[in-house]
Design a protein around this ligand. Structure first.
Ligand code: ZN
Length: 264
């Protein structure tokens, strides 16, 4: 079976285990249903997520000119504390930034490789955690806007990681962490201005991923260097495909690539 299209991050459904779909515009691929099958991946050309043109992908699925002009790729996307829409200050497109930043945000603690802190829009719960391959997560604070959630994250980053070690996440080397206890410990680091956003609800979210076999060591597939790859799919975790030979493919890291899949 041939499937082809522009790569965007996989769509997920919070089931047990998590269900993954690849939305290829004209094709819709149920990725879980491909477990155990042989897949050939061929990188044909580029299709920038912004302009749609066949230009070299620079970062986040965008070509260089889209990356440096579109509000979707502004620095405050990665660093929420740099948000300025709440002050009415434009960075790239104030209308877009107001819509994106001036909505409820969550500062959370999650365990993906180790304990980490992060920020997401409330509407991205639990999608954000699934995209990171988190095993569990808890909400620390719920704020009115992106800036406030970012300020809490900045304060906590002094004491806890804010990045996932993707190799350990994929190998499933997950420490046993008591999230309620950790939340209690980190509560004191919430800045005075944001302390009112603390959430006392201690619901813990847990996630199981469709993985038949975890990699022993991790070999990351880079289609820019190696245009074609073929292997048997044995797992999906975070935004990664895991193959039988310990190759892993970061789907999100290839956004904007136009790929042809041959599955048999
Ligand atoms: Zn572009």
């Amino acid at each position: 079976m041939i499937f082809e299209g522009q790569i965007r991050k996989m769509i997920t459904e919070n089931l047990d285990p998590i269900h993954y779909y690849l939305n290829l515009k004209n094709d819709f691929l149920d990725v879980n249903a491909q477990l155990g099958k042989k897949i050939k991946i061929y990188y044909d050309h580029n299709e920038c997520l912004g302009c749609g043109l066949d230009k070299e992908i620079f970062r986040m699925g965008y070509c260089k000119s889209c990356f440096f002009t579109l509000p979707q790729a502004n620095e405050s996307i990665i660093r929420p504390e740099l948000s300025t829409a709440h002050l009415g200050i434009e960075q790239r497109d104030l209308e877009w930034e107001k819509k994106f930043e001036l909505q409820p945000h969550i500062t959370y603690l999650a365990v993906s490789s180790e304990l980490k802190v992060g920020v997401t829009r409330e509407t991205q719960v639990p999608t954000r955690w699934i995209d990171q391959g988190a095993s569990s997560a808890i909400v620390l604070a719920k704020t009115d806007n992106r800036y406030q959630a970012g300020m809490i994250e900045v304060a906590l980053k002094e004491h806890v990681a804010d990045k996932t070690n993707y190799q350990r996440m994929l190998k499933n080397e997950i420490p046993d962490v008591d999230l309620i206890q950790q939340k209690d410990l980190f509560k004191i680091y919430i800045p005075k201005e944001e302390v009112g956003f603390y959430q006392s609800d201690n619901s813990i979210y847990t996630f199981n991923y469709p993985v038949l076999q975890y990699p022993k060591k991790v070999n990351s597939l880079n289609l820019k260097k190696q245009r074609e790859y073929e292997g048997t799919l044995v797992g999906i975790k975070g935004q990664y495909w895991i193959f039988e030979d310990d190759t892993v493919w970061n789907v999100r890291g290839h956004e904007g690539f136009y790929i042809i899949f041959d599955i048999y």
